[in-house]
Design a protein around this ligand. Structure first.
Ligand code: ATP
Ligand code: MG
Length: 277
């Protein structure tokens, strides 16, 4: 449990967590193969405190594989993971969660028939047995709904009733619930795989605002997206992946979307400009 040592050293001037140049989450030289397919080859990744880092790349570039390694769903064949400069290894998603890393997968993994409050606490409810237990469970439910409502309003997610089943929500509202759940448990890092895919303009806008709200709460975000305008709207840095490798880093304001497309496709700027017109 290397990372737990960090919290006690908060007042030291050179504490790793305080120094902004030490990545909160880092992967070094990570490779992952599936049979003969090389999904990731010697990839470096670093997420700094208080940033929104976008990960972009064509289909099959290795984005999901990378974030599955960062969230404990896959183990790398080679390479290492670090948090606050200390080695960590995640044997499963629970390990990553214990380190404060929460992931919103594209399929969201919400329980459709349960209400919003239950989804926010899914898998974390306290279990109590017996008659007294059933009374306490009822009280827990009231408390859960109140906490859920407070949490949703602190993130400016406008959902009126915490008792509404998730299956009756719109795509954007569901995304809001999934993100809110990740934010409430992701104490250190929130990772989102394609959170605006399949959402309309208004719903996407809400999710992008939510991503900024997470950052404003001091939690850095990894955003995987195919939507470059969305990426340029919120990201501080952009990690470009290509064919399982890290193609480069771009920054909105310093590079253009064309530069990013060039990195994604491996084309030179001149070729892109020629193709554009
Ligand atoms: N579980 C798996 N078994 C076999 N091959 C896999 C597996 N997961 C990923 N791959 C392969 O690894 C490569 C990278 O896949 P990955 O899902 O990471 O891409 P991606 O960048 O997330 O793509 P997309 O934008 O389409 O989501 C692909 O060639 C994919 O077919
Ligand atoms: Mg993917």
């Amino acid at each position: 449990m290397e990372t737990n040592e960090r919290s006690s050293g908060g007042t030291m001037p050179d504490s790793p967590a305080k120094a902004n140049n030490v990545p909160i989450l880092q992967a070094r030289n990570v490779s992952k193969h599936f049979g003969s397919v090389s999904a990731l080859e010697n990839v470096d990744f670093e997420l700094y405190p208080n940033e929104i880092l976008a990960v972009v790349g064509d289909n099959g570039a290795g984005k999901s594989t990378l974030i599955k390694i960062l969230s404990g769903a896959y183990q790398p064949d080679e390479g290492e993971l670090l948090m606050d400069g200390q080695h960590v290894s995640f044997k499963n998603p629970m390990d990553a969660r214990r380190h404060g890393i929460e992931t919103v997968y594209q399929d969201l993994a919400l329980a459709a028939a349960l209400d919003i409050a239950s989804n926010l606490f899914l898998g974390r409810e306290e279990r109590r047995a017996g008659l007294v237990g059933s009374l306490l469970r009822a009280l827990d439910k009231v408390r859960m709904r109140r906490e859920a409502a407070d949490h949703m309003s602190s993130l400016k997610i406008g959902l009126r009733s915490m008792r509404q089943p998730v299956e009756t929500l719109s795509g954007g509202q569901r995304q809001g619930v999934a993100v809110a759940r990740a934010v409430s448990w992701g104490k250190r890092v929130v990772i989102m795989d394609e959170p605006t895919a399949a959402l309309g303009v208004k719903e996407s806008g809400m999710v992008l605002e939510l991503i900024k709200a997470v950052k404003a709460r001091g939690v850095p975000v990894v955003l995987i997206s195919h939507n470059l305008p969305h990426v340029f709207q919120v990201a501080d840095r952009i990690l470009v992946m290509r064919l399982g490798k890290r193609a480069g880093i771009a920054k909105p304001g310093e590079q253009t979307m064309e530069d990013v497309v060039a990195l994604m496709t491996g084309a030179s700027r001149a070729e892109i400009a020629a193709a554009a017109g």
